[in-house]
Design a protein around this ligand. Sequence first.
Ligand SMILES: C[S@@+](CC[C@H](N)C(=O)[O-])C[C@H]1O[C@@H](n2cnc3c(N)ncnc32)[C@H](O)[C@@H]1O
Length: 325
Amino acid sequence: MLPAPGIISPGLPGTPISTMDTPLLDRLFAYVESAHGRSLRGLNEAREQEPRRFAQVAELYLQWLVEARGESGIDAATDAFAQFSTDVNMAQARYERDGAYANKSFEEVYKDHYSDAEAMDGYLWGIYLTNFLWAHHFQIMMFFQDRFMSRLEKDAHLIEIAPGHGGWGAWALAHLPGASLEGYDISPQSIQIANAVAKAAGVDGRAKYVEKDALDLEKVQAESANACICSFLVEHLENPQHLYKVIHHLLKPGGTAFITGALTAAQVDHIYEYRYESELVMMCEKAGLRVLETLSANPMRTLPKAKFMPRSMALLVQKRRNEIY
Ligand SMILES: C[S@@+](CC[C@H](N)C(=O)[O-])C[C@H]1O[C@@H](n2cnc3c(N)ncnc32)[C@H](O)[C@@H]1O
């Protein structure tokens, strides 16, 4: 029997890890060992950073996965995760060779990926697991929890742009019992999965997901959000500067946003090649967002003699009130 959705069950602060009950995480590790042995080292790297928090977050995400996908969900999502990780490594090797990302236009990516329901399903569940199974992405989860989620008002209204699997927003709602969320993604598959995850987390009454291009969100009411989440979308656009303006438009003055982006990190659907952390900072500033905190994280192991260090960056930003600077 699963614990009530949204409740972080395994272990209270101070509970020794050895006594924490993490049946789903144990099952995932056992499956990785039997079916994807080469991924085990990376999983251990993620876990060893902060074993207790890793166990708590992973078990929670896995409860939602099983609730949404049934008992076989862990194995299927783990297969998708392994495939996604392999695809990313291959794309990075091609990028090292060519010096540029393979795709240049949003149209190509939409046609080949976002509109392909079956491929999107595996892709989104694979990414769902990368949030904590990639060590550098688990660092970003901790940043989200410590720096962004911790400062939200209990009844905050959130707008999530490109929720994909919906895990970020569900986590925030599970943490804030009076909060609500609107999510907008261009992929129908995302809307379906994000709804299933919200239901599994017991927050579906407070979350509404709509199929929509993020770049059209200027039609959504200005200054309607206390906070925005926009994770791993900026590198998927031809002109990301416009998206920062959209975030500025949606936020109430003083509202905060959690934004993440990938730098010199290839993926089949990455278009905009950020090379420096300052480029994301500058785009925020140009849109009127003040950068409060940043974290740039990279995988523990990269290709030998790599020219490009793949990084994932998280930013906590705030919409200015009256001040110009
Ligand atoms: C890499 S996934 C990120 C998912 C999730 N936010 C995360 O951080 O794990 C990128 C998501 O962006 C969505 N997306 C891409 N272009 C979009 C656009 N123009 N408007 C809205 N969503 C878009 C895709 O459908 C996909 O769900």
